[in-house]
Design a protein. Structure first.
Ligand SMILES: *Cc1c(COP(=O)(O)O)cnc(C)c1O
Length: 736
């Protein structure tokens, strides 16, 4: 009962061959380029495989960048390769699908549910966007979340444009040296190899925005990127007319000092609003995804004063009504704070235009407007300039209300106007193709469009356990070959002996329980928790009947020494005979590494110090592919875990000190592994199937996949935040 809609890409390889294709080589090339220039391809694995078939080796070497790949072809060579590989009809097919998708006039969810946004879209501001590994303008979770958000907005047809920064160098590439110490390498993004083009204004000329500060003028040009139906606009300070230093202002993500930071945020917020105006876009809603972009609200107020002749207070009220704000972290250092002098230097001219005093301006970024010692905080500005604010999980909602309660001293906690919308992941981007095919065969027609609803996913319980297990294991094998390739490459780069490289080629064993841990190496995420008791871990991983192996990956911020020491500690275990075959570290964690890991592991380990993980999303990607979460009851897992859809570390309690919390969580981690995870994984029937485990995989998929999808998330944002902010009917956000 093969009834899915997207396997067409495969059909062509054995039917209606290449005859009748009168397309010229140039036309074929143009179609491929058109496909490569809309990021729609990035969440269609069948289009990946089309590009890969053009040249599998270069495809990998070029970081899966189709534009760079096509630049290596002449139209003639492409045409001959297409004939050889029988690609013509696949190219035509996907090109037509893309065209239909972009010009979709039929009813989308957005047309039915977000009609009020019609000609006045949501302007979604974020400092980073993680869309694909070949576009280095993200560092981690926040960026990937923004990327997933705009992809789901595209899929649902919610009118939305993205605003971000174009980083010429992006975030760093990670390499570990002989000693396991992280080295950072910055590589220039090559504009000609990226799917971006200059954004044009009403007069069809490229847009440049300018921002005056007390110490000079900043210029930024604007790039446009097509992400399905969504346009993403990226500001870039590398333009003539800027001071040499300022030309590098947007070259690195989260690099530089606090002055760089405020200037980047000035460009993102104020530059972003000016870019929208130059583009002729009038947003119905401003969505500040994290505080970085909160200056946007001040520029929006200035616009209202100028356009409608409103006084400051009235214009501010109008902008507040239209603005929604999402806060992403309970870690204090995660909230930008700027000294008053820095604020005045950068906002002075705008403040003049707003007609407010320095005191008044500072007051907007202070909990207590009259406290001369308080720095200007972007989160406070975001909270004061928005009517609707949200945290990113239920637990994070509680924590955030407590954290910011002093902004509303006359209210009790429950009345603090910060709700929550739990993060989710873009299913088409993270779901493995093999799993998708399995679901397509067993789920009802059209299930994929309804991926944000619970109904379809219930059918996972109808799937034959053996088939689910087999699919999972083939993905696990793909992961292990990826790991071997990467680890042997790392060894070769460090010029290690042939023997070591050879060993790396055979590292890890597909029949062993495989646990993944990959994320930023911020210390609160406690990557080393499992290493608290090395003897106990030794007994565990080297148990002859029921061994365990671990795959680690992740970057530390370049200035985070403790984070780098954690990496070093784990990476150097490869020199310890007890762990060298059981613990591997993959360098340069990015979307590509993440995709392999979340699609292939048996178990995903997450042990942050509660309640510091606002949500976490990597575990949600694992759910889609049949992996099980083993996690502290923090972030999304605190509301997701039901006792039968994964495993919990600890009981969600807090302890007197961090030290004590770490000790107890470590003990709990060992206990859960020894008493629950490992026995269940190795409990097999005569056919080698772990039935209780497979049942848990099914529970995980049916209870979690829809709830923690970005489609569900964007539907929630639309109903509870966007529509009310645009003046439509209000919805009651579940706050508890
Ligand atoms: C999904 C993802 C993350 C988020 O990970 P969490 O630690 O769960 O928040 C970070 N980095 C990359 C590359 C990702 O794809």
């Amino acid at each position: 009962m093969n009834k899915n809609t997207t396997v067409g890409g495969r059909v062509s390889s054995y039917t209606y061959g290449e005859f009748g294709s009168e397309m010229t080589a140039q036309a074929l090339y143009d179609k491929c380029m058109a496909l490569a220039r809309n990021l729609w391809w990035s969440w269609h694995p069948e289009v990946h495989s089309l590009f890969r078939d053009l040249d599998p080796i270069r495809w990998r070497q070029l970081d899966h960048n189709p534009i760079a790949l096509l630049h290596e072809f002449t139209p003639e060579r492409l045409a001959s390769r297409a004939s050889e590989m029988v690609l013509h009809s696949r190219i035509n097919y996907h090109f037509r699908r893309l065209k239909e998708y972009v010009s979709e006039r039929r009813k989308t969810w957005g047309i039915e549910n977000a009609g009020v946004l019609g000609a006045f879209p949501v302007a979604y501001f974020s400092a980073e966007f993680g869309i694909h590994e070949s576009i280095g303008i993200y560092s981690g979770g926040l960026g990937v979340l923004s990327g997933d958000h705009i992809k789901s907005a595209s899929g649902l047809g919610v009118p939305l444009v993205g605003i971000g920064l174009f980083y010429t160098q992006g975030y760093f590439k990670q390499k570990l040296n002989q000693d396991g110490w992280q080295d950072e390498e910055y590589i220039n993004n090559r504009v000609e190899n990226l799917p971006i083009e200059p954004a044009l204004g009403a007069d069809q000329t490229p847009i440049t925005v300018q921002i005056d500060t007390r110490t000079g003028r900043l210029l930024a040009k604007v790039w446009r990127m097509n992400v399905g139906r969504v346009k993403l606009y990226l500001l870039d300070c590398d333009v003539e007319g800027n001071q040499p230093d300022d030309r590098k202002l947007t070259s690195r993500l989260y690099g530089g000092d606090v002055r760089t930071r405020i200037r980047q945020e000035l460009v993102l917020g104020i530059g972003g609003v000016r870019a929208l105006r130059a583009l002729g876009i009038r947003p119905g809603v401003y969505h500040l995804n994290e505080g970085h972009s909160a200056f946007a609200t001040l520029e929006a107020v200035r616009e209202r004063m100028q356009d409608d002749g409103l006084p400051f207070d009235d214009a501010r009220r109008e902008v507040v009504r239209q603005t929604v704000f999402t806060t992403h972290t309970p870690v204090p250092a995660g909230h930008d704070r700027f000294h008053r002098d820095l604020t005045e230097e950068h906002l002075g001219p705008l403040r003049d235009a707003l007609g407010i005093s320095h005191q008044q301006l500072l007051g907007l970024g202070r909990v207590d407007p009259h406290n001369e010692h308080e720095d200007f905080c972007m989160t406070v500005l975001g909270l004061k300039m928005s009517r609707r604010a949200n945290a990113v999980s239920q637990l994070h909602g509680h924590i955030s209300r407590r954290m910011w309660a002093h902004l509303w001293p006359w209210r009790v906690d429950e009345e603090i106007p910060i709700g929550h919308i739990t993060n989710g992941v873009h299913v088409p981007s993270w779901l493995a193709w093999q799993m998708r095919q399995l679901y397509d065969r067993h789920f009802p027609d059209g299930w994929f469009q309804g991926m944000g609803l619970p109904e379809a996913w219930q059918h996972i319980h109808d799937v034959d356990p053996g088939e689910l297990w087999e699919t999972h294991n083939s993905l696990k094998n793909l992961l292990l070959s990826f790991v071997r390739r990467r680890v042997s490459r790392q060894c070769r780069r460090r010029q290690e002996s042939d023997q070591v490289v050879e060993a790396a080629r055979n590292i890890l064993n597909p029949s062993i329980l495989t646990i993944g841990f990959a994320r930023r190496f911020a210390t609160y995420k406690r990557a080393d928790l499992i290493f608290q008791d090395l003897d106990r871990l030794d007994a565990l991983v080297n148990n002859p009947e029921r061994p365990v192996q671990f795959i680690f990956a992740g970057k530390a911020h370049p200035r985070d020494e403790p984070g780098k020491r954690l990496i070093q500690r784990i990476a150097n275990l490869r020199q310890d005979p007890r762990f060298c075959e059981r613990v591997v570290f993959i360098e340069d964690y990015d979307i590509n590494v993440c995709r392999h890991l979340v699609q292939g592991v048996d178990v995903w380990l997450n042990n942050p110090r509660r309640p510091l993980e606002a949500s976490g999303t990597s575990g949600q990607k694992v759910v889609l592919n049949g992996g099980l979460n083993l996690s502290v009851l923090d972030g999304w897992w605190a509301e997701a875990y039901d006792g039968a859809n994964g495993f919990a570390i600890g009981h969600g309690r807090s302890h007197a000190s961090d030290h004590e919390t770490d000790r107890r969580d470590g003990l709990s981690l060992y206990e859960v592994l020894e008493n629950q995870v490992i026995p269940m994984f190795y409990d097999r029937d005569v056919d080698g199937l772990p039935h209780r485990w497979i049942k848990r995989m099914m529970n995980s998929i049916s209870t979690l996949a829809w709830r923690f999808s970005a489609h569900r998330m964007v539907m929630d944002y639309t109903r509870c935040m966007y529509v009310p902010a645009a003046g439509g009917l209000s919805c009651d956000m579940d706050r508890r």
